[in-house]
Design a protein around this ligand. Sequence first.
Ligand SMILES: Nc1ncnc2c1ncn2[C@@H]1O[C@H](COP(=O)(O)OP(=O)(O)O)[C@@H](O)[C@H]1O
Ligand SMILES: C[C@@](O)(CCOP(=O)(O)O)CC(=O)O
Ligand SMILES: [Mg+2]
Length: 312
Amino acid sequence: MIIEASVPLKLTLFGEHAVVYGKPAIAATISEFLKVKVTKSDRFTVVSPSLNLKGVKVNLDDMKVENEQVSRLLNYVSESIKAVGNEPVKVEIESPVEPSVGLGTSAAVIVGTIAAYSTFLGNQLTKEEIAMKSHEVELKVQGIGSRMDTYVESLGGIILFNGNKEERLESKLSFVSGYFKRSMTTAEMLRKVKEFKEKNNNLFSRIIDSIGDLVMEAKEYMVNNDEDGIGRLMYVNHGLLFSMGVTVPEVDEVISRARNVGIKGAKISGGGAGGSVIMTPDPPSAFLLRSFGAYVINASFSEGGVTIKRIR
Ligand SMILES: Nc1ncnc2c1ncn2[C@@H]1O[C@H](COP(=O)(O)OP(=O)(O)O)[C@@H](O)[C@H]1O
Ligand SMILES: C[C@@](O)(CCOP(=O)(O)O)CC(=O)O
Ligand SMILES: [Mg+2]
């Protein structure tokens, strides 16, 4: 039997990082899907062509790879398997993007593995159950994080996260997005922001309060399809993330150029340190992203969240 889960990646429209500290955020699933296939096997195997190692350390007696990097890279998958069962399977992960790009690939690996493996074991979970289990796994692996990515990718659509409530939003607005190479993973960026908070508690509270306020304003602009209003808030949100050290000069230059050529809105999306950038869909947006070396993705919104099918 082969079970395949297809998980939409996501854009963080507003509120990344602040959401970890209880502030609102808006995230939306897009039409790029990470697939996780689970097949019966006599031992646990993970196959993921898009993962790569920097340097190799191999025990030549049994050709076993001994890079400590491997366990860190596969932590999201292995913890997802442990959360569901212990029957050996082969897990194959097929991603439309590189790992760690600010598009929720970590959450997608978790959501897809939990969805496919639990179905393989005959324990079909609801999307809410998948979301809850996935958030627990991402939190266990990273030590810090919000439920935003795992919930939006399990449930799909545009979702406002506000305290312990989720509100589905309808909007006709769309975005353009591309990603740049990253210098750090989201887990590392989360620790960096936590250090900033510990060194500047008062200032940090004022920054995330401002982000929280702009997210609630953005919600109104989203449902009223006010692209000018959304654009203005995107630049402000980016500036507040810059103030916490989340952005990098190469990407800040792209955002400044975007404003300079009259693009209504631009900001990073996700953990930062490079990675994903979103812009309002003005004529120069995709060209500007590509001209700076970004890989432009299909950022059209998708509905429905994770889907599971039996292949054989
Ligand atoms: N295709 C993949 N196969 C296996 N693990 C993956 C894959 N994509 C991402 N991951 C895991 O997720 C980690 C990236 O998480 P994160 O930095 O949060 O990226 P993102 O911002 O895309 O969610 C990777 O270091 C790896 O451990
Ligand atoms: C930075 C954060 O708000 C979003 C992380 O998004 P991503 O893993 O970089 O796609 C972290 C979180 O919400 O857990
Ligand atoms: Mg992630």
